[in-house]
Design a protein around this ligand. Structure first.
Ligand code: ADE
Ligand code: ZN
Length: 341
């Protein structure tokens, strides 16, 4: 029996490679945790929170995102946050996740690094056991805070070196070039972390080149700006540098005017290793499958193209090669046995 595209996309085995755990904090949970912890939040109700989620750029979103983080205080809060995401993920065909967390957002408020990471890791372990969702956790540095703060965070992480797979770079991009963090990333690479970095979301193509050349990024988060530089575009294609594209995020943060103008298809046509991701789904109105479908609808992507995007999500992951091959085989098997109407 042929299925519709939504059902097809839901069942397609997928990896999510660009997701901020703090960006999965739904308003209902934010209010419940705030009450549990006796913390003030600025919203009267979940509806009021959602109504306030109107953004005109990255910073206007980050202001609310960091304010929302104040509700997260105890290890159980971080467990509950991560567990809620994994439960959703399991229901939409996500079998592997490489989520980010932003330790400085929490440690700067007096929450211990261990409290954050232990809550998250306990949920990720449970998710692997109960849902079969594998994971690689990525710790992101906030580029709009001092380099010394990132360095301290890297030191905090030493106790968890084997349980944190990679480091990333996020937060307000303009004026915070990757080069500023060269030393932090040099040390991180020496310690064996994988490296990713947000670049070219609002920033110029030079930030993408800087992330690759100076930080040693293996993947670029967003990277939309690469289309402004033909030389960079060829380099990314030639070197198979993955981009973690976030369609709904890009529309909500006005990186693109609307979904019909989104560069996803152009990037696919340019032979780039592009993946689709949800970024901060509680704020942008959609989880991973919603992103696949919104892009498919606006850009006319076929089921075969969604299948390629799912295969890319594993190819671009930090799974071992044999695990990647096995997951990609699952994707192709699903496609071969799931006719679309
Ligand atoms: N932190 C959470 N979401 C982000 C985004 N889209 N860009 C930069 N930093 C972020
Ligand atoms: Zn992001």
């Amino acid at each position: 029996m042929p299925v519709d595209l939504r059902t097809y996309a839901l069942g397609l085995p997928k990896a999510e490679l660009h997701l901020h755990l703090e960006g999965t904090l739904e308003p209902e949970m934010m209010l419940a945790l705030a009450q549990r912890n006796g913390v003030e939040v600025r919203y009267e109700s979940a509806e009021a929170a959602r109504a306030a989620y109107e953004f005109h750029d990255l910073q206007s979103f980050l202001d609310l995102y960091y304010a929302g983080c104040a509700a997260l205080v105890t290890e159980d809060d971080f467990y509950d946050l991560t567990w809620a995401y994994l439960t959703r993920a399991a229901q939409e065909g996500i079998v592997h996740v490489e989520p980010f967390f932003d330790p400085q957002t929490h440690t700067d408020r007096g929450v211990l690094f261990g409290t954050v990471v232990q809550g998250i890791l306990r949920a990720l372990e449970d998710g692997q056991e109960l849902y079969g969702i594998t994971y690689r956790l990525i710790m992101s540095f906030l580029r709009d805070r001092p380099v010394e703060s990132a360095m301290r965070t890297l030191e905090h992480a030493r106790l968890y070196r084997r349980r944190i797979a990679g480091v990333g770079l996020d937060s307000a991009e303009m004026g915070h070039q990757p080069e500023d963090f060269a030393e932090v990333f040099d040390i991180a690479r020496e310690r064996g972390y994988h490296v990713v970095a947000h670049a070219g979301e609002e920033g110029p193509p030079a930030y993408i080149a800087g992330a690759l050349d100076v930080l040693g990024a293996e993947r670029i988060d967003h990277g939309d700006a690469c289309l402004q530089s033909p030389a960079l575009l060829s380099r990314l294609a030639r070197d198979r540098v993955p981009l973690t594209i976030c369609p709904l995020s890009n529309v909500r943060l006005r990186v693109v005017p609307d979904m019909a103008s989104h560069p996803l298809k152009k990037l696919m046509d340019s032979e780039l290793l592009v993946t689709v991701n949800s970024d901060d789904p509680a704020y942008f109105g959609g989880y991973l499958t919603d992103n696949y479908l919104a892009a498919a609808e606006a850009l006319g992507l076929s089921a075969a193209q969604l299948t390629d995007l799912a295969a890319n999500s594993f190819a671009a992951s930090f799974l071992d090669d044999d695990e990647k091959d096995a997951r990609i085989l699952e994707v192709r098997h699903y496609a071969a046995h799931t006719p679309v109407e």
